[in-house]
Every structure is written in structure tokens, then in C-alpha cells.
Ligand binder design. Sequence first.
Ligand code: ADP
Ligand code: MG
Length: 151
Amino acid sequence: MPRSWVTRSPAQTQTLGRRLGAVLAPGDTVALCGDLGSGKTTLVQGLAKALGVREAVTSPTFTLVREYRGRLPIYHVDLFRLDREEELETIGYDEFVAGQGVTLIEWAQKMRARLPREYLELTFAVTGPSARTITVLPHGPRAEQLVSRWR
Ligand code: ADP
Ligand code: MG
């Protein structure tokens, strides 16, 4: 049974992100799936805060990736405008996803085949005017460990 969380405000979604951010380590990948406005960036904002990022986090829609320096390098990817998979090469995707940072990928459903072997998948659904249901699906033992530590 996949676990799911329901949040009732953007602040709650950020808090959920902060708690996940507290347990992330070098090399972790989080895939964030779901439509526009479902709360992916809001969760990333909490995550980034937990990882020590002080600057404002917004969606890197026009650049595909934005890099932040917190206690780890953070690669915040947004594939909403990705047309061809080859565009991933221009941003050095293969290098950073296999590296010692944390990779967070919005619209990850657009390139499932390029995700690493192990990653944590979060699917966001709008379930009310200010309610979001976030379903958690771990891929691999490291992701399972993250789920059990995420409180
Ligand atoms: P995405 O990155 O998935 O496109 P955003 O996080 O940028 O989504 O935007 C989510 C929008 O939904 C924001 O306008 C936010 O204020 C609103 N919202 C309402 N309720 C919630 C909630 N429970 N969690 C997150 N965002 C919410
Ligand atoms: Mg977004």
C-alpha cells in the first residue's frame, strides 16, 4: 500500500518538505509528479530550507535546472517545458544525478526512463481548494529508508 499525506495549506506542504529535507543525504533523488499547481514547488521550498538554502526557491521553468548550495548541492529540475530528452544533456543531468548532491525533479513523469535506479517518487493531486494529496512510492531500499525516516 503506498503511503499518502494530505496537506490543507501551502504551509503544511512546506513543513512536510522540511521534514523530508532533514533526512536527505548525498546522492538522493526525489521525483515530483503531478499537474501544474499541485504543490511540487511548494514542497521543494520546505525541502530546500531544511537543506540550508537561504535564497528564495522558485520553479526553474525556463532554465530546466537551478542549483542551490545548502549543506549539500541541490539540483532543482523542472521538466514542464522539456520537449526532447536530449535537452537533458545540455544541463549535465547524467553527471549531477549520479553525483553527491540531492536532485529534485518536478514533472519527472516526463522522463521516467532517465530516472536513476533508486529514487523516491511523490505524486501530487489537487483534492480540494487548499487540499493536496501526496502519494509516496519508494523505488529501491534507500528510498524505503527515506520513507521510514520521514516524519
Ligand atoms: P507546482 O510546482 O506543482 O506547479 P506550486 O507549488 O508552484 O505547484 O503551486 C501550488 C499552488 O497551490 C500555490 O498557488 C499554492 O498557494 C496553492 N495551494 C493551495 N493549497 C495548497 C497546499 N495544501 N499545498 C501546496 N500548495 C497549495
Ligand atoms: Mg513547480
